[in-house]
Every structure is written in structure tokens, then in C-alpha cells.
Design a binder for this molecule. Sequence first.
Ligand SMILES: Cc1cc2nc3c(=O)[nH]c(=O)nc-3n(C[C@H](O)[C@H](O)[C@H](O)COP(=O)(O)OP(=O)(O)OC[C@H]3O[C@@H](n4cnc5c(N)ncnc54)[C@H](O)[C@@H]3O)c2cc1C
Length: 329
Amino acid sequence: MRVAVVGSGPAGCAAAIALRRAGADVTLLGDGRDGVGEQLHPAARPLLARLGLGCLTGQLECVGVRAAWRSAVVHEQPFLSHPLGSGWLLDRASFGAMLRAAAAEAGASVRSPARLLGLTRGPSASSSGRSAWRLALSDGALDCDWIVDATGRRADVARLLGVARRRHDRQVALVGWLAAERPDDVDATLTVETTAHGWWYGCRLPGGRRVAGFVGPARRLDAHAWEAELRATRLLAPLLDGYRVVHAPVARAADSSILERCHGPGWLAIGDAAVSWDPLASRGLVAALASGLEAASLVGASEARLAARQEVIETRFAEYRAERVRLYA
Ligand SMILES: Cc1cc2nc3c(=O)[nH]c(=O)nc-3n(C[C@H](O)[C@H](O)[C@H](O)COP(=O)(O)OP(=O)(O)OC[C@H]3O[C@@H](n4cnc5c(N)ncnc54)[C@H](O)[C@@H]3O)c2cc1C
């Protein structure tokens, strides 16, 4: 089976590794763009172990979360008592490079930079009933039997196939980066706090950097206003003494959304492409790795199996939405 995994983020790389192990002929396509710098929850540990990636060299340990959510009271959620241990504060570029190297090592053919531009049912559609595709890529064409859509919130494969996405909000994150020579800064937590317009998160990253993001409804906030608001926060600002902004804020979609259908004949969506969560949930990376691993048993599966998976996704998303409504009420 020739499988094209489109998108080389955590979901795509995990899928490529798992599919290779299952004997598929895998091409991993991506543009090498990575996330902003995030917390990887301890729940990722068993998934990373299954991928043969127990040791995340060069990443920072995360020992928990400090959050002041709609209250002056600061809640500490230490991972000390977590049965799986600590998490990580991730430099996404080096995490992504490590995952792509692992996919290549597993035998996937990694094509990068290669963007999916279009797709058609391929010329080799066989009488066996197996779907076959021709993909138009920024660096040429590719024929395959199955497509795994791992393109993140863009869900480019599903979009090209005309599958609608249900967006439950239009939340956006304005994320910037800061740097300092501060060897004394050993803060190993993710900090979250609400403000009048939305909420902020921030943490240390490898290489003497910090990431900070404002999350809320889309609004105009230039670099100066962004930094002024950040420096006026109660919990984050004191952690930023001596830090200077080294990268003006960029906007990233941070909505909660789900595809109307996460599969169809000869294709499957995984990770954020299938369903994306509010960054507050800190579950996107774990969900992406888990769904990538699961892809090996779903590619080529019966409609009944795929429909059962759709039901599970819908149920989990409905539960998550109810919890989110409660948090934002
Ligand atoms: C501000 C913010 C903070 C977050 N914080 C956290 C956190 O603390 N913890 C956590 O667990 N999660 C967090 N998340 C969520 C997390 O980043 C995502 O859930 C995770 O990256 C999803 O992985 P993925 O592989 O599904 O998609 P992605 O990481 O988005 O990877 C998709 C890849 O596909 C590529 N691509 C897109 N279109 C095409 C195309 N046409 N052709 C080829 N390639 C394409 C993209 O460029 C990208 O490289 C946060 C998200 C945001 C926006």
C-alpha cells in the first residue's frame, strides 16, 4: 500500500513511523513549518516510547502549570505526583526535526519542502476497489493509494475534497518570543493567566528564550501594544525581567474545530486536521501523536471501523466542548 502522509508535524511523523512499521510504502510530505513552542504533557511519554523516542535531548523539563484563571488565586498543578512524571517545554523546530529524522529512519521517504497543492483520483484507480490518487505538489506529482491528512488546522486534504469544518469559535493566539542572558531563570512551569480581553500563557524555551502568547477573540494588537499588555500581566511580567522581544508577535488560529467527516474513501484526517482544541487544554500535541500512531490500524480499514472512530472523535469533542463552555462561562 502506497500511503502519502501530508504534513510533517507530530501527527504526520507519528503516522509515518507507525505505517512504516505496519509495512506500508510511506511518503511523508511537508513544508517543515513547526509550532510556536509549547508544553508537552507527561501523557506523551508512553506515546514517545512507542515511537522509540524516550529521550527528548535539548528540550526543557516541565514540572507543572501555574494558572490564575478568572481569579486572583494562583492554582499550581505540579506534575510531581503525576504517575508518568514530568513533561517538557518544547522548542518545536528541534522537536519537529527529531520526529522527521525518526520517520526517515523508519524508512519513510521524506519529501520536504513539498506542499500539497491539489489532488485528483489517480490514473491507477484499480478494479480491486482500492482508491488511488494523484497529488499535485509544489515539487512535482505523487501517486498513492491512501492519503493521511496531517496538515494541522488547515486540513488541506479535506478542504480540497470539499469536506466542511465546524468552527465553534474564532479564537486567535498572538505569539511572540523573548530572549535574555538569564542563567538564573530556571522556571520549569507553564504560566497561564486571564486578563480583561482574554488570557496569556508563557514559558521558558531551550536556548535562553521564552515564548508568550495572548489568546482571545481576533483583535488588532501591534507589537508595541502586545508587549505593553504582556508587561502589565501579573504572573508573567515578573518572569520577563531582563528579557527583550526578539520576534514580533505572529497570529495563529486557536479555535476549537472539527471536520464534518474525518475520513472518506482512501483518505483519513489525523491530529489537528481532524479536530483542534483550545491551547488552554494543552492536549493538541498528545492527541496528534496518539492519532498518528492509530493511523496504522485505520489506513485501509473498513468503513464500519472508520465510522466507529468518527463516533469516538465526536463524543470526545462534545465532552471537551462542554468542559470548555464551563471554563469560559
Ligand atoms: C498558540 C498555541 C499554543 C499551543 N499550546 C499547546 C500546548 O502547550 N500543548 C499542546 O499539547 N498543544 C498546544 N497547541 C496545539 C499544538 O500546537 C497542535 O495541537 C499540534 O501542533 C498539532 O499537531 P499536528 O501534527 O496535527 O499539526 P501541525 O503541528 O500543525 O503540523 C501540520 C504540518 O502540516 C503542514 N502543512 C499544512 N498544509 C500543508 C500542505 N498543503 N502541504 C504540506 N504540508 C502542509 C504545516 O505547515 C505543518 O508543518 C497550541 C497551539 C497554539 C496555536
